[in-house]
Design a protein around this ligand. Structure first.
Ligand code: 13P
Length: 251
């Protein structure tokens, strides 16, 4: 089954208006527009709108780094799916390990965000991943199973068309330590198997599973050559036009 690759750049809490727009312009210029892949960038909320103008007509899509499940109301500090649409975004990253670990988001809240994104027609990029301690104690698969099951609670097979899963081992984020291609492939295959059990074979075959954690120009090609790796969620290297340009144009 041929799945369209998705390379996503998570800018995290980096860039202001001028440098963010310059970065987005550079990304749009570097993308050679091959139709076997999609490119997504997720800038900070404050510049989503401006960046969406900069990348207009380039084929690059834009996402928020989080999303609430309500359209408006007393939710100080949150951003709603309709606000993201309004600013030009069509996707949202949800459940990133930094949200889980630093800001205490749990699987129940993350599930509400996923369902909110789906309801309002955003592509939901659900992030899952184990810590080093969990890996070393042999709990990787059970941790991932819980995060996937709870994150997708009440999501239907039909709605899974609007979901992408990003596997980001916490120990590989920002550390320069990438999971080996074998480790990543093994885990992606596990997640795909789980999705087949939770839904059906067709859903598992169509689901795009991205790898994240120290993805760089030097390792993107070997990661993308794995049968169950359908793309990447890139942090640090997404802030550099040359590096991200090489990653999105992986071979
Ligand atoms: P790095 O690519 O900097 O390791 O970050 C990965 C990540 O957290 C993307 O969401």
């Amino acid at each position: 089954m041929q799945r369209k690759a998705l390379i996503a750049g998570n800018w995290k809490m980096h860039t202001t208006l001028v440098d963010g727009c310059a970065l987005a312009t550079g990304v749009a210029k570097s993308f050679d527009g091959k139709d076997d892949r999609e490119v997504l960038i997720a800038p900070p909320f404050t510049i989503v709108s401006e960046v969406s103008h900069v990348i207009k007509d380039s084929g690059v899509i834009i996402g928020g780094q989080n999303v609430c499940w309500e359209t408006s109301g007393a939710f100080t500090g949150e951003i709603s799916p309709t606000m993201l649409h309004d600013a030009g975004a069509t996707a949202a990253i949800i459940g990133h390990s930094e949200r889980r670990q630093i800001f205490g988001e749990n699987d129940e809240m993350i599930n509400k965000r996923v369902r909110g994104a789906i309801k309002f027609k955003l592509l939901a990029v659900l992030c899952v991943g184990e810590t080093l301690e969990e890996r070393e104690s042999g709990n990787t698969f059970s941790v991932l199973e819980t995060q996937v099951r709870k994150g997708l609670d009440q999501v239907t097979a039909e709605e899974m068309k609007q979901v992408v899963i990003a596997y980001e081992p916490v120990w590989a984020i920002g550390t320069g330590k990438t999971a080996s291609k074998e480790q990543a492939q093994e885990t992606h295959a596990f997640i795909r198997g789980l999705i087949e059990n939770l839904f059906e074979k067709g859903v598992a075959e169509e689901l795009r599973i991205l790898y994240g954690g120290s993805v760089k120009p030097v390792n993107i090609d070997e990661l993308m050559a794995q049968p169950d790796i359908d793309g990447a969620l890139v942090g640090g290297a997404a802030l550099d036009v040359e590096s991200f340009g090489r990653i999105i144009n992986f071979k």
